[in-house]
Design a protein around this ligand. Structure first.
Ligand SMILES: Nc1ncnc2c1ncn2[C@@H]1O[C@H](COP(=O)(O)OP(=O)(O)OP(=O)(O)O)[C@@H](O)[C@H]1O
Length: 241
């Protein structure tokens, strides 16, 4: 499980997390909703040690996160983060080089694993393509493949449907299902209610620096109170409807 105990964090003088008690159970899909600027990305980045709390504790699998270089390297093998914008994630010139970058960096030389992941994301025909010539949806698949190539226990997804069309959103829904089938625990930050409710086992809402709601689903009244809208279904609705 991933858990936080009374997490506080400021960006400069601005308190963003103000006593967050969060919990994501192993094997469940946990979705963190919240309006723009609520601090969802900031919270996710605490789960793989990209941010260190000002106070409070992050637990991953019952162990408190430690911030020395060796502990952080281990943590980032176990907890993969998929950034909202694939351009922030892609580090190598070609598709194949990018997908094998993480394992190589961790001293893992396993060509079969890379081949399997490339094929899983339908990238096996594009291994030598330059990443900067790919479409947004293709780049997203490269960034997902790069994270899965690390064979993590947890995958953090930051606004995974942002900028994707209906097919792209459905690919992400299937991807989340494939994670849980493979025994990987997803934690997802989004303000896309349609997508989030489609995949969630547990819904949480980050509001005013704390987890203000936790439940199995979210009513329309609560979604409206939290300023959340149903972007996916609005995208799917035709103007005539
Ligand atoms: N590196 C940074 N330096 C200073 N302030 C930051 C930084 N990153 C985020 N913030 C501020 O922290 C607050 C929370 O940002 P964060 O990106 O975590 O929110 P979010 O809920 O993920 O938003 P969105 O839905 O728009 O992606 C915002 O007010 C943002 O401006």
């Amino acid at each position: 499980m991933i858990e936080t105990d009374d997490l506080h964090f400021r960006h400069g003088d601005d308190p963003v997390l103000d006593g967050v008690n969060f919990e994501a159970q192993t094997g469940e899909v946990t979705v963190i909703f919240g309006r723009n600027g609520a601090g969802k990305s900031t919270l996710l980045r605490h789960f793989n040690g990209l941010f260190e709390p000002d106070s409070g504790t992050v637990f991953v699998g019952d162990e408190p996160v430690e911030y020395d270089d060796d502990s952080l390297a281990d943590l980032r093998m176990r907890v993969g983060l998929v950034f909202q914008n694939p351009d922030d994630q892609i580090v190598a010139p070609t598709v194949e080089q990018d997908v094998e970058f993480g394992p190589r960096n961790a001293g893992i030389d396993d060509p079969d694993r890379i081949e399997r992941v490339l094929s899983e994301f339908d990238l096996d025909e594009r291994t030598d393509r330059l990443c900067n010539t790919l479409s947004g949806g293709e780049k997203k698949r490269v960034s997902l493949a790069g994270v899965l190539a690390m064979e993590p226990e947890y995958v953090l997804l930051d606004e995974p449907t942002a900028g994707l069309d209906g097919d792209g959103c459905r690919t992400i829904v299937r991807f989340v299902e494939s994670l849980t089938d493979a025994g990987i625990t997803p934690v997802i930050a989004t303000h896309d209610v349609g997508f989030g409710l489609t995949v969630a086992d547990t819904v949480t809402v980050l509001e005013d620096g704390v987890i203000d709601y936790r439940g199995e689903t979210l009513s329309q009244a609560l979604a409206e109170r939290y300023g959340l809208r149903n972007y996916v279904f609005e995208t799917w609705a035709s103007p005539a409807e």
